[in-house]
Write a protein that binds this ligand. Structure first.
Ligand SMILES: CC(=O)SCCNC(=O)CCNC(=O)[C@H](O)C(C)(C)COP(=O)(O)OP(=O)(O)OC[C@H]1O[C@@H](n2cnc3c(N)ncnc32)[C@H](O)[C@@H]1OP(=O)(O)O
Length: 229
């Protein structure tokens, strides 16, 4: 049996007030989290990652404060990593990503590898192979980044991971998992209800990383639930 009772004018007013108060509280949470310039400060053990032959340090950044060589680096790494999975859609997507990159809402965690921490000749060869524009000769060269934002999805404040991008030489060394753990800690500390992200179905390795390794589940509002093709 389906039953319902229409609300009186007074009840409707109370309900509307409750909804507005909830929205205001969520907006405040987002505003507060977004106003923090450097989320890494709260998690000192996450400033360095030394495992599996990898030695890197992390630093924070903001979309509207990126230096030109860093912007170039981001664009280039995105092209290297994402042109394949996006296929013919890449040209359009690249323009979208360029706009997203510099948004004042964009928070970044940059991964830098100190080139003089290794005496390994192979690594210096590798860094030559993967030299990206704007960082030739840089002693602490960039090797990856996370772009995340604090937004509201389905009335819930969430950390949305726009990009997690690592250079090939730093992949499969646990760094991606480490960065996502940091994002989850940032989410919890800032009272977010979830961590969300979008992965192209064609990006099989990343799908596997999020769903199998990190046990992320497909959201009810995912386009893939509406259009499973
Ligand atoms: C929201 C988004 O940003 S979607 C786009 C994600 N980014 C990309 O696709 C860019 C290219 N890829 C990358 O930058 C990285 O490989 C990431 C972010 C996908 C994963 O980060 P990594 O540091 O490589 O992952 P990490 O080492 O922590 O975990 C690896 C696990 O992910 C899966 N995985 C990652 N790379 C691979 C691979 N090349 N082949 C098979 N499985 C892989 C496996 O389950 C693997 O577990 P295992 O090594 O124990 O077998």
């Amino acid at each position: 049996m389906e039953a319902k009772r229409l609300l009186s004018g007074k009840e409707k007013k109370i309900k509307r007030k409750e909804v507005l108060e909830k929205k205001k509280a969520i907006d405040e949470i987002i505003k507060k989290a977004s106003s923090v310039k450097d989320h890494l400060v709260s998690f000192p053990p996450f400033c360095h990652y030394e495992r599996n032959g990898l030695s890197v340090c992390l630093e924070s950044g903001l979309g509207d404060q990126l230096a030109p060589p860093v912007k170039k680096y981001i664009q280039n790494l995105l092209k290297v990593n994402m042109e394949g999975p996006y296929g013919p859609e890449w040209q359009m997507e690249e323009k979208v990503k360029r706009r997203e990159m510099v948004s004042p809402e964009a928070h970044y965690i940059f991964v830098r590898q100190s080139t003089n921490t290794t005496s390994n000749e192979n690594l210096s060869t590798k860094s030559e192979e993967t030299t990206y524009p704007g960082q030739t000769g840089d002693r602490n060269r960039l090797v990856g980044f996370v772009h995340y934002r604090f937004i509201v999805e389905e009335d819930i404040p969430v950390v949305y991971v726009y990009e997690l991008q690592l250079e090939t030489c730093t992949q499969r060394k646990g760094l991606g998992k480490f960065l996502m753990q940091l994002i989850e800690l940032i989410a919890r500390k800032n009272h977010m209800g979830a961590v969300m992200l979008t992965v192209q179905k064609a990006n099989v390795l990343a799908m596997n990383f999020y769903t199998t390794k990190l046990r992320y589940v497909i959201s009810n509002i995912s386009p893939s639930r509406v259009d499973p093709l």
